[in-house]
Design a protein around this ligand. Sequence first.
Ligand SMILES: O=C[C@H](O)[C@H](O)COP(=O)(O)O
Ligand SMILES: C=C(OP(=O)(O)O)C(=O)O
Length: 352
Amino acid sequence: MSVITAPSLDNHRIAGFSPLISPALLRYELPAGEDVAATVTRARTDVVDVLDGRDDRLLVVVGPCSIHDVDAGLEYARRLAAVARTLSDDLLVVMRTYFEKPRTTIGWKGLINDPHLDGTYDVNTGLRLARRLLLDVNGMGLPVGCEFLDPITPQYISDVVAWGSIGARTAASQTHRQLCSGLSMPIGIKNSTSGDTADAVDGIHAAAAGHAFMGINADGLAALVTTSGNPDCHLILRGGKSGPNYSATHVESTLDILGRAGLARRVIVDASHGNSGKDHVRQAAVVTELAERIARGERGVTGLMMESFLVAGRQEIGQDMVRGQSVTDACMAWDTTEALLTDLAGAVRARR
Ligand SMILES: O=C[C@H](O)[C@H](O)COP(=O)(O)O
Ligand SMILES: C=C(OP(=O)(O)O)C(=O)O
């Protein structure tokens, strides 16, 4: 007599499950010391003070489009930390330290997902490299900013992140808005890739409320997460398919939209992406234009984002890669960045 067994109904398209280190274990291996905690705590407060105008400096989130080489990232951080210290009376500098890349279709998804850049997806190594780098950069007294993409990632690194972002491709996502509502730092939400700001405005609204959703706890176990809401979200104008949106008119109308929605009038401008057509040379021109406006008294823009690495441009992942050049969007070179930071600091002084 043959035994009839029920056919397997799930996992038909799953190629494998592999163990992941727990957030608690990673934090135990790589704890945040007192110096790191002081940098993070201070920067989170300072960012909100700048956004709300209690601090008249300019927030500048600057760094590589993505980190793919820890050593080059650290060299960049050392250079930036020195300039950030020198200009700290005028600029609040946060290093863009992005480990998760949202792709339009497919492509390398960042250091956490694929740290060896070869499709081996050694996520445990990616998590360790990312957290180690965040500790090292904070240890230089330089706070860091990350985009949060995978809803599990924050448990591993968010304690050492001073500023966060939700990207243009996820601004409308309920999962990401819920995530924001529980994050401990101010979060910039980008306008959609179309250029429309409505999803970001709704996102800021949704993230300010408390939510209950499924997630993981520090031990990596499934948990019902209940949050109290994040009042420190703000809008990032990044341009889009409809063109750039960093003009004084765009900024003013966005502030009005936020005000009419009963939300804080806080806007920062991303000089890259849709505002530069992903052209790093154009990006420098956008920053220069914004610096001129700030020097003439523009107060609507409280912060700027810039994509910059050691070497200008971008390259494909492969053999003989150029050290310190982006493998995602084109970045401005270090020298250009340093000169622009100096100009922005001068603009802030002129505005005073
Ligand atoms: O900032 C990075 C990119 O603009 C974003 O990840 C989308 O990149 P892609 O269009 O090359 O996939
Ligand atoms: C992916 C990014 O930007 P956006 O979401 O604006 O495309 C980014 O800042 O790295």
